[in-house]
Design a binder for this molecule. Structure first.
Ligand SMILES: NC(=O)c1ccc[n+]([C@@H]2O[C@H](COP(=O)([O-])OP(=O)(O)OC[C@H]3O[C@@H](n4cnc5c(N)ncnc54)[C@H](OP(=O)(O)O)[C@@H]3O)[C@@H](O)[C@H]2O)c1
Length: 324
């Protein structure tokens, strides 16, 4: 295998969809590219299990790093992310991909019965932390864009970047900033280069492959479910944050996808079926799906998601569902 490796970061990689995303990334991307794979979640043993399952996949060209971290603890989040990303220099990678997957249902109850603590916990993890993880990732890859800018003699493709953002201490500080474009007309986005080299020669496309942020979304981002108010609001907020991020960046540099993985046969679904606070009709609906084998296998959904990343065939910032 030649060329620079890829950097792939998966949050919530200790089980469920996150574990499958990590495995699928290695299976699909790792056969063509060397890779550094950073796995994050709270459970160290779960992360080690994920890592062990990948080592069993003939993945000698994959370097696996495991970072146990509570992404829901906002008082330690900045330091945790700085520590997790500290050994990584984006300029050493051909392409960087974030699967921003960690999430939790939080408290399931009618909106008016939510406890303040439960609401805050859901917002901390599903909204604030998820947004900050993406910000820290974008700051991590800034030096790569600056390097490309210098090599190509053009701008960095960064339309807007306020001072003092996530991971600010990691950047060299010479990014060429453009005026705030939030009120101006959306810049024209050129077609993204794909792995197939759809934009220019193969070599040029490989050199300028856009980095990717995948926000793991949900049908709940676009459809309200009773007793899931905090979760629905969290997923909707994440989608809009990532759509706005996409509007700030040229798709040739950063591609952003909100991917709804479908109803997955994971711990999260087990929790729905067991939660007293969940609307009975939802519990019954998902219990029937599980009984009938109609829940989506997380490996299948992860394969679709990784294929989307590789093929780049979505509008930057879009919400794409497994069933689309
Ligand atoms: N399951 C579904 O039907 C479904 C449907 C649509 C969307 N989704 C979304 O898909 C994603 C994955 O869901 P899943 O079904 O795989 O859920 P899951 O089995 O419950 O796994 C959740 C993952 O997030 C991690 N996580 C939770 N809290 C964390 C925290 N405070 N800090 C760091 N990591 C944390 C968990 O690891 P630790 O516990 O080790 O920290 C675990 O790896 C979520 O964003 C979910 O909203 C799921």
């Amino acid at each position: 295998m030649s060329g620079l490796p890829w950097l792939v970061i998966v949050t919530g990689a200790s089980r469920g969809l996150g574990r499958c995303l990590a495995q699928e990334a290695v299976r699909s991307i790792g056969k063509d590219h060397r890779m550094t794979l950073l796995l994050m979640a709270r459970s160290e043993s779960g992360l080690m299990e994920t890592a062990a399952s990948i080592r069993g996949m003939n993945s000698e060209d994959v370097t696996i790093e495991v970072q146990p971290v509570d992404l829901g603890n906002l008082s330690t989040l900045e330091t945790s992310l700085q520590n997790a990303f500290s050994g990584l220099d984006a300029r050493h990678y051909q392409r960087c991909v974030l699967f921003n997957n960690a999430g939790s249902l939080g408290e399931l109850a009618p909106a008016m019965d939510l406890s303040f603590a439960g609401l805050r916990e859901a917002v901390d993890l599903n909204i604030t932390s998820a947004m900050w993880v993406t910000c820290a990732f974008v700051n991590l890859i800034l030096p790569r864009w600056q390097q490309q800018q210098q090599q190509q003699g053009g701008d960095s493709g960064l339309a807007e970047r306020p001072e003092g953002g996530a991971g600010q201490q990691q950047q060299s500080g010479d990014a060429q900033q453009q005026p705030n474009s939030a009120d101006s007309q959306q810049p024209q986005q050129p077609p993204p280069p794909t792995e197939a080299g759809g934009s220019g020669s193969e070599g040029a496309a490989a050199a300028s492959m856009p980095d990717v942020v995948v926000n793991i979304s949900s049908l709940a981002a676009v459809k309200p479910f009773p007793t899931w108010a905090a979760y629905c609001a969290g997923k909707a907020a994440r989608d809009m944050f990532h759509a706005a991020l996409a509007a700030e960046h040229r798709a040739s540099q950063l591609r952003v996808l909100s991917y709804a993985p479908g109803p997955l046969d994971t711990d999260m679904q087990a929790r729905i079926r067991a939660a007293d606070g969940c609307a009975p009709e939802l519990r019954a609906f998902f219990a029937t799906m599980q009984r009938d084998g109609a829940l989506v296998r997380p490996s299948e959904s992860a394969a679709r998601c990784v294929r989307l990343v590789r093929e780049g065939c979505w509008e930057c910032g879009a919400h794409v569902d497994f069933f689309d």
